[in-house]
Design a protein around this ligand. Structure first.
Ligand SMILES: Cc1cc2nc3c(=O)[nH]c(=O)nc-3n(C[C@H](O)[C@H](O)[C@H](O)COP(=O)(O)O)c2cc1C
Length: 335
């Protein structure tokens, strides 16, 4: 029986109610359960991701050329295996990355990532220079991979270029506001993750730097970012010098909601986090300095660790959030 997450993407078509048109749907988790619990051996029909048309339905003749191009399934084991191979990499070989490869991955990702209004409100600043990397290393709380990885990529929510264009064409100004910030930040994150897949497909490793959000102002200054342009995330990229274990995820059922939000009961929370608590605790306790720190802080559970001063300290989050609000204002994202 296929896993629910695979099945979720299987397209089914129902055109009886709309003659001549083909409506596509995903199987909902409930439908999945109903169909596969009652008929466990049922074959799953092939589906197409990103296509307007299901494989087995022919569109009108005028659309057939597009249909052939779009309806060719690209979802095969290679893509699934690529995702399964993902691990954040925190140790890198010193080998430089061929600039042509960097450019190619960037070009592919920019062309293949969706972008709000296709305005491409994003800029990526590449850092390879040792002294600038040293400074970024300090701003990223001295995470060693910033120095080790040959490439650091800072993804910026960027309206500066667009607004300059609008001005030059006599159009009304926009995007120097909170929605503008979100739109550009989403574009930046979507592009970052698309790039990750491109690099990983070529055997390189990546790791996100969440510390970007805590050092936004200083990173913006270092990279000389203009008005309405702010860093939202950072990737370190390079050739892996480690082969870490695959990290667990919370169970799919906890993340997927069928039509409306399902509020988990206490028992469901316990079940959802049981494996995470076991694996996470084991992993952190295997690091002697961390174990000692947790003991010193009186931490007795993974949840306590997460919001302790050793991980995501709420006081730091509050202070840095206030600083972020001020920064958004000074960069004209709060008008
Ligand atoms: C937005 C974001 C920020 C992250 N920041 C950091 C970071 O600062 N340092 C780090 O070591 N890992 C960072 N990570 C990596 C996560 O810890 C990692 O993705 C998670 O533990 C799951 O592990 P995996 O990516 O190997 O599957 C970040 C991931 C994301 C998506």
């Amino acid at each position: 029986m296929p896993e629910p997450q695979t099945l979720r993407y299987q397209l089914r078509h129902a055109h009886a109610s709309q003659p001549g048109r083909h409506r596509l749907n995903y199987l909902t988790p409930t439908e999945f359960r109903q169909q596969h619990h009652t008929v466990p051996n049922r074959a799953v029909p092939p589906g197409v991701i990103g296509s307007k048309w299901p494989v087995r339905v022919k569109p009108p003749a005028t659309l057939q050329t597009t249909w052939h191009r779009l309806a060719t399934p690209v979802m095969n084991n290679d893509f699934s295996n690529l995702l399964k191979r993902h691990r954040s990499i925190r140790r890198y070989k010193p080998d430089a990355i061929d600039p042509t490869l960097i450019e190619q991955v960037c070009a592919d990702a920019i062309a293949g990532a969706s972008s709000s209004g296709n305005l491409n409100a994003v800029s990526i600043v590449l850092t390879r220079d040792a002294s600038r990397k040293q400074r970024l290393y300090e701003l990223h709380f001295e995470q060693p991979m910033v120095l080790q990885a040959p490439l650091v990529m800072t993804f910026c929510a960027d309206w500066f270029r667009t607004r300059q264009w609008l001005r030059r064409r006599g159009a009304r100004d926009n995007f120097d506001n909170l929605i503008g910030y979100h739109v550009a930040a989403f574009d930046a994150i979507i592009l970052a993750q698309t790039l990750c897949l491109g690099f990983e497909a070529r055997g390189l490793g990546i790791c996100y730097m969440g510390t970007t959000l805590h050092s936004m102002r200083a990173i913006a200054e270092l990279l000389e970012l203009p008005d309405t342009c702010l860093p939202v995330t950072t990737l370190v990229v390079g050739y892996p010098d480690e082969s870490p274990q695959r990290r667990d995820r919370l169970p799919l059922a906890a993340l997927l909601h069928d039509e409306t939000y399902h509020r988990p009961s206490d028992e469901e929370i316990d079940a959802t986090y049981a494996e995470r608590e076991r694996l996470g605790w084991e992993r952190y306790m295997a690091v002697p300095e961390l174990k000692a720190k947790m003991q010193a802080l009186g931490i007795t559970s993974l949840a306590q660790f997460y919001t302790s001063e050793a991980k995501y300290d709420p006081d730091v989050f509050r202070t840095d959030s206030a600083a972020l609000r001020t920064l958004l204002e000074s960069k004209h994202f709060l008008t």
